[in-house]
Each structure stands twice: as structure tokens, then as C-alpha cells.
Ligand binder design. Structure first.
Ligand code: HEC
Ligand code: HEC
Length: 334
């Protein structure tokens, strides 16, 4: 963990004295909760459910529509598009490494991946199903699901609880270790370019790590204010203060504009940025963070060094096979 040059660690400590942590590689495995241990059968079922558009009212939208596992785990759109072309006000976060989030959603309203997975299916502008009872009825009408659930959970086990558990188990396999950054932290000094190392030092020195630290760069705390320093210009241009964030969940005005600190893993692949997807480029997002979170003006050179470092957080994506979905021979599903 401390196998990096002493220069880098010294700068890191100076840059964020309040943080008692250092550079950490991403683990090769994500932790699973005691009541949902990961098994190969659950992961197989979860991957199928995740990619099945028949979990939506129109049969057109799956989890993968907005969280594309062939790309950065989201949709590269400012606001995701659900059934009947509807859009909401928030941008889809990546599912890659979501297993390392302490809470789910920009405002943290779901405590676990299991709880999160229940939401979109019955959200009227996402997958639009009327109720989970309807989802269960539909899954029961698709013959192949009976056997897939049986393998994962036992006989007659098609239920909301088991469907969301399977999806969460699959999501826990969506992790991307071995980025150039991880290799560097584990001792391969050649894994980063000189510019990336400069950017890593600047990241630390600027204090980015006081909010974005730990292996997924999303800790140590869960929520932080954004923007810390209010700015009429950025608020007007990117409408970043329109959404109240965590206050929408807690109804407590102290939580206004509090947001979950997002991971910076694979951040180069997940534009546009911020909860409303209003910022198209990583340079602008980095400049805004420095200005609005810390009152610092980064030069173009410093910005591109940090961006080079953030590019080194793009990991290795596990090869996946497209699942074969169970069909409905001779009829249709609805
Ligand atoms: C129509 C697009 C859409 C669909 C379909 C969709 N999501 Fe999402 N997802 C989003 C958006 C937008 C958010 C952020 C919403 C918020 O924070 O308020 C989100 C948030 C998440 C998160 C939280 C990630 C984080 O970092 O906080 C996970 C995990 C996730 N979705 C998984 C799923 C799964 C599993 C499914 C299928 C059951 C699914 N999503 C279906 C758009 C979608
Ligand atoms: C005071 C805490 C804090 C500091 C300091 C901070 N960030 Fe952030 N960062 C956040 C929060 C909270 C968000 C989510 C904001 C939102 O969209 O609502 C965020 C979002 C981001 C995003 C966009 C993520 C996405 O998925 O869209 C990037 C990139 C980023 N930060 C990089 C940085 C860099 C680089 C620095 C240092 C220059 C930095 N941050 C400093 C709290 C912080």
C-alpha cells in the first residue's frame, strides 16, 4: 500500500492533512452481505435479468439500456431515457464498481444494491412496470425463468426479493481492477506516465483526496456539499443548484445540496458529469471541482495533468458473454 515514492506520499499527506489514508488499489473482489452470498447460479440469473427488457412495461428497456456493460456502465447521456422516451433530471451513474459504494443513488436513498435494484423496475419514467407483483407474474410466464431461479434459490422461488438479490450478486462481479494507477500503487513504477504522476501529486496537493479517497475514490465520508462555494456563474450555466440532492430524501434543509461523493474509477469513460449530467468534458468538471469545492483556480496545465491522472483510473473490464434470455416459444410475453 505504501510502495509509492516517498515524494508522492509526502505530498499527499501535506495536501490532505485531515485524511488518514493513502493511495489504495482496488480489491479484486467486492464484499457481499451475509444474507446474499455470491454464487455462480445467482450471478448467471442476475446477468440475465439485468439484460432482459421484458422487465419493463413496454419490453424495450433493461438495466443495461441505461447502464451499458459494454461501455462505461452508464449511457453517456445527460439524463437517461426510460420507457416511452421519458427522461428524468439525473444522470445515470456507472454500475462498474457500484459494489464499493456505501450507499446507492446520487442522494444515497438506497442502502444496498439489493434495495436499489427494486427501484427502477417500477419507476414510471424508467422501466414503468405497475408493480412488482406484475413483474413476478411476467417472470413466471416465461418458462425458462422457473429453472434459473430454482438453480439459484431453490424450488418455486421467483420473487421480488430473489430477483433483486440475483441482480445485486451480478453487479458485485462488475469490478475493474488493474488500472495503471493500481499497478503503480502495487509497485510498478512504469505503470504511470510522468504527466500522470504529476497529476497524481496535484490531485493530492489540491485536496481532492479529502473527499475522493480510498480504493474507489468515493470516501472517506459519504455525503458532501456541492457546491461548497456558491457560484452564480456555474449555477446559472450548469444549473447545479436546481436539484436539492439529499434534502429530497430527508426533507431536512441541512441536507440541501448534499450529494454522495461519486467514485472516480473509470471517470474518463462516464461523461457527461455531475448529478444532472450538465458538464460534457472532464477538464471542465475538474476545474469546477477545484473552484467550487476548494476555491482554487487550476491552470490549464494543472488541469490536464489531473485529467491525465484520472485517465489512469480506467481499469480492466472483465470479459463478459452476452447472456441467452429465456424465450417464450409460440407466443409473446405480454
Ligand atoms: C431509464 C434509465 C435507467 C434504467 C432502466 C435503470 N437505471 Fe439505474 N440509474 C439510473 C439513474 C438516472 C440513476 C441515478 C438516479 C438518482 O441518483 O436519483 C441510477 C442509479 C443506479 C445505481 C446507483 C449507482 C450509484 O453510484 O449510486 C445502480 C446500482 C443502478 N442504477 C442499477 C440499476 C439496475 C440494476 C437497473 C435494472 C433493474 C437499473 N439501474 C435500471 C438510470 C436507470
Ligand atoms: C468537498 C468535497 C469534494 C472535493 C474537495 C472534491 N470533490 Fe469531486 N465531487 C464531490 C461531490 C459531492 C461530487 C458529486 C457532485 C454532484 O454531481 O452532485 C463530486 C464529483 C466529482 C466529479 C464528477 C463525477 C461524476 O461521476 O460525474 C469529478 C470528476 C470530481 N468530483 C473530481 C474531483 C477533483 C479532480 C477534485 C480536486 C480538484 C475534487 N473532485 C474535489 C466532492 C468533492
Amino acid at each position: 500500500m505504501f510502495k509509492i515514492s516517498s515524494l508522492v506520499s509526502a505530498v499527499f499527506l501535506i495536501g490532505s492533512v485531515s485524511v488518514a489514508s493513502a493511495w489504495e488499489a482496488l480489491p479484486n473482489k467486492a464484499p457481499a452481505p451475509a444474507d446474499n452470498p455470491t454464487t455462480a447460479e445467482k450471478v448467471t440469473l442476475g446477468q440475465i435479468l439485468y439484460h432482459d427488457p421484458r422487465l419493463s412495461s413496454t419490453g424495450t428497456v433493461s438495466c443495461a439500456s441505461c447502464h451499458n456493460t459494454m461501455l462505461g456502465g452508464e449511457d453517456n447521456r445527460p439524463n437517461s431515457m426510460g420507457v416511452n422516451g421519458q427522461t428524468g433530471g439525473r444522470s445515470a451513474p456507472t454500475v462498474w464498481n457500484s459494489a464499493f459504494n456505501t450507499v446507492q443513488f446520487w442522494d444515497g436513498r438506497a442502502a444496498s444494491l439489493e434495495e436499489q435494484a427494486a427501484g427502477p423496475v417500477t419507476n414510471p419514467i424508467e422501466m414503468g412496470m405497475k408493480s412488482w407483483d406484475d413483474v413476478v407474474t411476467r417472470l413466471k410466464s416465461i418458462e425458462g425463468y422457473q429453472g434459473l431461479f430454482e438453480k439459484a434459490f431453490g424450488k418455486n422461488s421467483i420473487s421480488k426479493d430473489n430477483a433483486t438479490k440475483a441482480i445485486a450478486a451480478y453487479e458485485r462481479t462488475l469490478i475493474t481492477p488493474n488500472s495503471p494507477y493500481d499497478k503503480y500503487v502495487k509497485g510498478n513504477k512504469k505503470a504511470l506516465t510522468d504527466q500522470q504522476i504529476k497529476g497524481m501529486e496535484k490531485f493530492a496537493e489540491s485536496g481532492c483526496g479529502s473527499c475522493h479517497s480510498g480504493p474507489a475514490f468515493n470516501g472517506p465520508g459519504t455525503y458532501q456539499k456541492f457546491p461548497v462555494i456558491s457560484s452564480g456563474f456555474f449555477a446559472a450555466k450548469y444549473k447545479i443548484t436546481k436539484d436539492l440532492g439529499r434534502e429530497e430524501v430527508t426533507k431536512n434543509s441541512a441536507d440541501a445540496h448534499m450529494w454522495k461523493v461519486p467514485t472516480l474509477r473509470n471517470i474518463a469513460l462516464t461523461a457527461p458529469y455531475f448529478h444532472n449530467g450538465s458538464v460534457k468534458s472532464l477538464d471542465v468538471a475538474v476545474k469546477m471541482m477545484a473552484k467550487l469545492q476548494m476555491g482554487k483556480e487550476l491552470s490549464d496545465q494543472e488541469t490536464s495533468d489531473i485529467v491525465a491522472f484520472l485517465n489512469a483510473l480506467t481499469g480492466e473490464f472483465p470479459k463478459q458473454k452476452m447472456p441467452v434470455l429465456p424465450g417464450t416459444p409460440g407466443s409473446t410475453f405480454n
